[in-house]
Ligand binder design. Structure first.
Ligand SMILES: [Zn+2]
Length: 334
């Protein structure tokens, strides 16, 4: 991702202006949902902090080059392990290392990703560094959940929240980085909800658009006879017997976006799946808002309740039968 793209986010603008005005704080807490661009923002900030060029980050000076290669000696990046936890020894070692003077630059930066995964011991081992870092030290915490940080940590840092990108920016980004997405960039922009990481995931997932096409077409069948639930159930199970969390979650997200679009078609809103406009509007015209709302709520509740210990196929089939009932129930046909 290029610098110019992410500059629209106010949190990053603030970080860059701190660098340019030489008002960099000792402690920052960058928060926002997964995929919103926290790591990218932290990397751009690190580059700008160490950049020796005019327009920071210039991308050309030796500091910028070292950052791009991931080898600048004065930045340490710590993140959760594969099990999702952030080891307190790792945090302590990184915090201690900040007290060794920088090698190249005036400032030394410690970035801790997934700070919400630190247990209290890990947070306490960080406290001293966070409260009284060395003169040249900067600590940046990246977190999805601000409330899971100890109040003593939370109150010390400059808190910046990353916002979702405007749809137009995501659309431009998708079209520029993924030329094959040209006809689908409106959908990517709407479906990602302004989350750049999510947009990237969709664009890079070759199977996603095939799944989406199959599922949307099958879901349009919900306006017809009861037999329509079998092809939908087949797509949800994807030929697997066992529950696959990633596949299930993709199917549920798509189903909810389908119901959302069918409701939007009823109320004059624009459709996320704009390339399926005709099909979805045809389905929508045969059902009521009440039926759609009931089915959408049922899907959302089922999605929240799902877990690996359930008989997935049975659970999905049951949900679809009931969704079909919601749509075809008394007075729910228009
Ligand atoms: Zn530079």
């Amino acid at each position: 991702m290029t610098g110019s793209f992410i500059e629209g986010q106010r949190a990053l603008e603030r970080l860059l202006s701190d660098v340019r005005n030489k008002t960099v704080s000792h402690a920052y807490i960058l928060s926002g949902p997964r995929g919103i661009g926290k790591k990218t923002a932290a990397r751009v900030f690190a580059k700008a902090l160490h950049c020796t060029g005019e327009n920071k980050p210039c991308g050309r000076c030796s500091a910028c080059v070292l950052h791009r290669a991931g080898t600048h000696p004065d930045v340490t990046f710590v993140g959760p392990e594969e099990n999702g936890n952030l080891n307190s020894d790792t945090v302590r070692a990184a915090a201690d290392e900040l007290f060794l003077r920088p090698v190249m630059a005036e400032k030394k930066l410690l970035i801790i990703d997934g700070a919400d995964r630190m247990n209290n011991a890990a947070q306490n081992s960080l406290l001293k560094t966070f409260e009284e870092p060395p003169e040249y030290g900067v600590v940046m915490l990246l977190t999805e959940d601000l409330s899971s940080l100890l109040p003593t940590i939370r109150s010390r840092g400059v808190k910046l929240e990353l916002e979702p990108f405007p749809r137009e920016k995501i659309k431009t980004y998708a079209e520029r980085e993924y030329p094959a997405m040209r006809g689908k960039s409106d959908f990517v922009a709407a479906y990602s909800g302004g989350n750049i990481g999510r947009a990237k995931e969709i664009c890079e997932d070759e199977d996603f658009f095939a799944l989406r096409g199959e599922l949307l077409t099958a879901l349009c069948g919900l306006g017809g006879g009861k037999g329509c639930i079998f092809p939908i159930a087949d797509i949800f199970t994807g030929g697997r017997r066992k529950y696959d969390a990633a596949h299930a979650s993709a199917c549920f997200d798509l189903m909810l976006s389908f119901f959302g679009d069918a409701l939007a078609a009823k109320t004059g809103g624009s459709l996320a799946n704009a390339d399926y406009d005709e099909q979805i509007r045809a389905f929508s015209s045969s059902v009521t808002v009440r039926g759609l709302t009931a089915a959408a709520e049922r899907a959302a509740v089922t999605m929240a309740e799902l877990n690996a210990s359930m008989n997935y196929t049975l659970w999905i089939t049951d949900m679809l039968i009931k969704c079909w009932g919601d749509i075809h129930g008394n007075g729910n046909r228009s």
